[in-house]
Ligand binder design. Structure first.
Ligand SMILES: [Zn+2]
Ligand SMILES: [Zn+2]
Length: 349
């Protein structure tokens, strides 16, 4: 095997400080595996790193091979690894949990106190080869296409959010119609939500995407969303709000859509502090608010494997993957993602 590979590297701590260049192929340690990447997918996190915003500047050390969403084939395993074999078709959970903190020892490894994320804290997978701990490997269903398997990180976020409440037979509002919002719309419909109301800020492309994957009603934030939702739910409001937008201004109006005694599930990450009338909007409303982080290891992965067998969900995910590029076209792929006029953007290696 050659000893160099093509990789996307954040070389300089600035916007556009990214280069597609040759780097050493990583050598797996005793508990690691080396994977030939077949498909990689661009995440919002990668856009933050590309843009070098405040979050990236505070967290990322250059140079860094970034990227964390992928599917590929194992080509080498470390000496201690006996449950992953050369030739296995895999993806990977990008949160590397320590295994010994209180959370790890009580079934909450997704919020490990010492989490490292590949493509953020340690080298990632926008490369011909990726080296990850064997404990993070997920064996994909051989029947599931690599493109779909490459987006299990955001799909797992959607699954974690949806199953944090109970949406079957219920009215659900999805706030934010980026790729994860669209995934939420699709899954909620396929598992039996009554009505799904999808609210975007203003991006027509993404609102249209939410419609294509099954939203019963779609809105822009400036529309009379509350009036229409109350009208369509007989004055009740929705049973569950899935907040996927990360816009601090969406939470108050989101709670207004929620019926008394409903659940507000938050996956969005907020740049600004959120100010709310908690007495009116949460206490007297008897609302349950739950924050979501990562994917339950590996409950959400098992659930995804099952959901990926559903032809309707697979078809919707195919629709949510709106752009496919060759790895060499990384720059173009990233620009497409940054434009906002896309769903998931994947790179084929
Ligand atoms: Zn991601
Ligand atoms: Zn831990």
């Amino acid at each position: 095997m050659a000893d160099k590979m093509k990789a996307v590297v954040k070389v300089k701590p600035e916007l556009n400080g990214t280069e597609l260049m040759m780097v050493d192929i990583p050598k797996p340690g005793p508990n690691d595996v080396l994977i030939k990447v077949k498909v990689a997918s661009i995440c919002g996190t990668d856009v933050h790193i590309f843009n070098w915003d405040a979050w990236a500047a505070g967290r990322i050390k250059t140079p860094l091979v970034y990227g964390h969403e992928f599917a590929g084939e194992v080509v080498e395993v470390g000496n201690n690894v006996d449950f992953v074999k050369v030739g296995d078709y895999v993806s990977g959970e990008c949160h590397i949990a320590c295994g010994h903190c209180m959370q790890c020892r009580t079934g909450l490894a997704h919020v490990c106190q010492n989490t490292q994320i590949f493509g953020v804290d340690v080298p990632g997978i926008f490369a011909e080869y990726a080296c990850i701990p064997a404990a993070n490997v997920w064996h994909n269903d051989p029947e599931a296409p690599a493109e779909l398997c490459s987006i299990q990180d955001p799909l797992g976020n959607a699954v974690h959010s949806i199953f944090a409440s109970d949406v079957v037979g219920k009215d659900v509002a999805v706030l934010g119609v980026g790729p994860i919002g669209a995934m939420c719309v699709s899954i909620c419909k396929h598992i039996g939500a009554a009505n799904v109301f999808a609210v975007g800020r203003k991006n027509e492309y993404r609102i249209e995407l939410a419609k294509k994957v099954g939203a019963d009603y779609t809105y822009k934030a400036a529309d009379d969303v509350l009036g229409d939702v109350l009208d369509k739910t007989g004055g009740k409001g929705v049973d569950v709000v899935l907040e996927m937008s990360g816009n601090a201004n969406a939470i108050g109006p989101g709670l207004d859509l929620l019926r008394t005694g409903g659940d507000l599930i938050l996956l969005g990450v907020y740049a600004d502090e959120v100010t709310l009338d908690f007495s009116k909007r949460v206490v007297f409303k008897y609302a349950t608010i739950k924050g979501i982080n990562g994917r339950r290891m590996f409950d959400d992965w098992y659930r995804m494997k099952g959901l990926l067998k559903n032809p309707g969900i697979r078809k919707d995910l195919d629709t949510i993957i709106t752009h496919r590029f060759k790895f060499d076209q990384f720059q173009e792929a990233m620009e497409t993602m940054r434009s906002g006029n896309s769903g998931k953007v994947v790179l084929e290696l």
